[in-house]
Design a protein around this ligand. Structure first.
Ligand SMILES: Nc1nc2c(ncn2[C@@H]2O[C@H](COP(=O)(O)OP(=O)(O)OP(=O)(O)O)[C@@H](O)[C@H]2O)c(=O)[nH]1
Ligand SMILES: [Mg+2]
Length: 354
């Protein structure tokens, strides 16, 4: 899973990145402290993996990893080259989801590039630049498609129609993720890796207080997914050892930004987590909701899918309670399932194949 972080300069993107990845990206009070993108991987905290490793006596365990990409801030006119321009947006064209950080903290020593300086106008600037970036991608593709029209093939006419439909939508100020589209639109637009098509999670970066809570509610009313998190506090908690941080969180009643963000990302991307295990390795895996055992097998290896005989399945908590695979089997908790079985969250799956 790859997640790209966008926002105005000094919104706290790198601070959040550091909090999420326990990284040490430069985060400074002047705008454009980030130039080259920061990349950081984080292993998702997993309540079952360690126990499963013991059950399988597996040599290795592999949690699900999420990679965050923190890029330079966007400013109004970035698509015309203002600020650092929008050239770093290319770095997040292939990510699966976007986190848009909106500043909601007041610190007089941290400059604001947007003199209006309220979350709504900050939010609109960045949305506008992402829309502009998509318009640029569409226009480049339109040029190519137009030059192919002279071949007389219907395909290029259809393609142009899809591109123009998307262009019109963006020109009305709307992100593409809400546009109705045909299979064909999907295919053409999918090739362009457009930014406003990706699921987006807004992070309102600031303390949990009156006006921020109101803004969050306002955004939610409009159907947007938003969490309120204090990146700086998160970063500080990230420096502590995990138990100490847990304790602090309990006292202050704050849920970790990583936990919030990841659980929302799973829902946005329509993913669930399940496990495969044997004596070599237990591995947590993401797969689309509704996937079958056969699709799970194919994710592990095509050969396993091709030679599929049957699967054995048990929920992770049940397996941990039984303590061993054979014990769980004796208790009748391990089920034999076929190709069509739909994998459920936290299933542990063992596939027999020839
Ligand atoms: N008080 C407060 N300060 C914060 C918070 N988040 C970030 N800051 C400070 O704001 C400044 C800018 O933070 P960065 O994380 O560098 O911001 P950025 O969005 O990465 O900025 P660019 O890389 O310039 O685009 C730093 O001095 C941070 O310490 C916060 O939640 N509260
Ligand atoms: Mg930065």
């Amino acid at each position: 899973m790859q997640i790209g972080i966008v926002g105005l300069p000094n919104a706290g993107k790198s601070t959040l990145f550091n909090a999420l990845t326990r990284g040490s990206a430069l985060a400074q009070s002047y705008p454009f402290s980030t130039v080259d993108p920061n990349l950081g991987k984080v292993a998702l905290p997993d309540p079952y993996l360690e126990g499963l490793q013991e059950v399988f006596r597996a040599g290795k365990k592999a949690p699900v990893g999420v990679e965050f990409v923190d890029i330079a801030g966007l400013v109004e006119g970035a698509h015309r080259g203002e600020g650092l321009g929008n050239k770093f947006l290319d770095r997040i064209r292939k990510v699966e989801a976007i986190v848009h950080v909106i500043r909601a903290f007041s610190a007089s020593d941290v400059a604001r590039v947007n003199p209006e300086g309220d979350p709504i106008s900050d939010f609109k600037i960045v949305e506008g630049e992402l829309i502009q970036a998509d318009l640029e991608s569409l226009s480049r593709r339109k040029e190519k498609t137009s030059s192919m029209l002279k071949t007389g093939q219907q395909r290029y006419k259809d393609e142009l129609a899809s591109l123009e439909k998307a262009e019109k939508y963006l020109n009305a100020g709307k992100p593409l993720r809400s546009m109705d589209r045909s299979e064909f639109d999907n295919k053409i637009l999918g090739e362009l890796h457009l930014l406003t098509e990706k699921p987006v999670l807004y992070v309102l970066n600031g303390p949990e207080e009156g006006k921020n809570i109101n803004f969050r509610k306002e955004m939610e009313k409009n159907g947007l997914t938003i969490i309120l998190a204090d990146a700086k506090m998160e970063e500080e908690l990230g420096q502590l050892d995990p138990e100490e941080a847990q304790e602090m969180r309990r006292e202050m009643e704050i849920e970790s930004a990583l936990d919030q963000l990841v659980s929302i990302a799973y829902a946005m991307l329509d993913l669930i987590k399940y496990y495969t295990g044997n004596e070599n390795e237990v591995r947590a895996r993401n797969i689309r909701t509704g996937s079958t055992l056969l699709e799970g097998a194919a994710q592990v290896h095509q050969d396993i899918a091709a030679g599929f005989i049957k699967g054995e399945v048990i929920a992770a908590p049940d397996l941990l309670q039984a303590g061993t695979w054979n014990g769980a089997r004796e208790e009748g908790k391990i089920r034999a399932e076929g190709k069509e079985y739909v994998i459920r969250p936290d299933d542990v799956v063992y596939i027999h194949f020839r």
